[in-house]
Ligand binder design. Structure first.
Ligand SMILES: NC(=O)c1ccc[n+]([C@@H]2O[C@H](COP(=O)([O-])OP(=O)(O)OC[C@H]3O[C@@H](n4cnc5c(N)ncnc54)[C@H](O)[C@@H]3O)[C@@H](O)[C@H]2O)c1
Length: 280
């Protein structure tokens, strides 16, 4: 199957990598050349690490490299399955999907990696609503085993089945989730971030102490480390979207501390600074 991954940021590069490793031909498209360059470097690093760990051999790496095309031209995205992983905004996703529909037509499948925008809403704004489906990877996409597949109200059974087959082909564990706000995992996990931020806001403890304690109790990462990994602004967009979708239920209230970080461009690992600082 030929796959187009739209957006080469935190998620898109990992989705492109696992798809290419599974033998699919992949075009990874982004409008930002710097992001494409950094995606190339990131994928190379991941593949070398996989070789080091004995999970990939040189032939597998060569095959993956030759399956993967990096492009800044949307005209190159002529594929069977599109997985869109751009900014978490319905208006931007709608525009890009419309452009892709003009290039690809009605038989292509248009999947979104959105964390919180209802697939039914994306499909309602799209020319071929039955072709829309959610394929929601977790971060880091090349490591996390789970993928949620979400059927919009409009999704055809054939499209859902092809999405499930695709997830199986990349050796991920698949769960079919309802098109409910935050699907399954993000809905549960939202309070991890929201409560962490409230504790910080109330000066109960500093962000690094909260992270240390949470890690000591068995979690792999604390909420602030995880927000920095996800992207502070992306995580905020998801909270804002879920807050609205749950009719402004205060338990999902976005936090000013996070809003200020996002406004300042302190996005976390990808910008070199978030709740922590990083070597870029
Ligand atoms: N970060 C996470 O942990 C995570 C996890 C699961 C799902 N998601 C979802 O995945 C999507 C992408 O998130 P991300 O964290 O990878 O974002 P990101 O900001 O790291 O990357 C988005 C990329 O999209 C590109 N882009 C923006 N507009 C574009 C356009 N019109 N055409 C092509 N490329 C465009 C940007 O240049 C950027 O490189 C969002 O919907 C998000 O909710 C994110």
């Amino acid at each position: 199957m030929k796959i187009g991954v739209i957006g080469a940021g935190v998620m898109g590069r990992g989705i492109a990598q696992v798809s290419a490793m599974a033998g699919h031909k992949v075009v990874l498209f982004d409008i930002n050349n710097d992001v494409l360059e950094s995606a190339k470097v990131g994928v190379e690093k991941n593949l070398n690490k996989a070789i080091e760990l004995g999970k990939l051999d040189a032939a597998g790496k060569n095959a993956t490299d030759s399956n993967l095309q990096y492009s800044n031209s949307i005209a190159d995205v002529q594929v069977d399955l599109i997985i869109e992983a751009i900014v978490e905004r319905l208006d931007v996703k709608t525009k890009v999907l419309a452009d892709l529909a003009d290039i690809n037509g009605e038989s292509t499948i248009y999947a979104s990696n959105t964390s919180s925008i209802p697939l039914t809403q994306i499909a309602a704004n799209f020319k071929y609503p039955t072709q829309v489906v959610g394929i929601h990877y977790f971060n880091p996409a090349h490591i996390m085993k789970l993928v949620e597949v979400i059927s919009a109200e409009q999704t055809s059974p054939e499209v859902l089945q092809t999405a499930l087959n695709y997830v199986e082909s990349v050796n991920k564990k698949c769960v079919v989730a309802k098109d409910a706000p935050g699907f399954i995992v993000n809905r549960v996990a939202r309070h991890f971030y929201v409560e962490g931020l409230k504790i910080l806001e109330e000066n109960v403890a500093s962000h690094d102490v909260i992270d240390d304690l949470v890690r000591s109790s068995g979690f792999k990462m604390g909420p602030f480390q995880l927000m920095d990994l996800i992207g502070v602004e992306t995580n905020l967009s998801v909270t804002e979207s879920m807050y609205k979708l749950f009719n402004y239920d205060q338990k999902f209230r976005p936090n000013r501390i996070q809003q200020k970080k996002a406004q300042a461009g302190y996005y976390g690992r990808k910008s070199g600074k978030g709740f922590y600082t990083y070597d870029k």
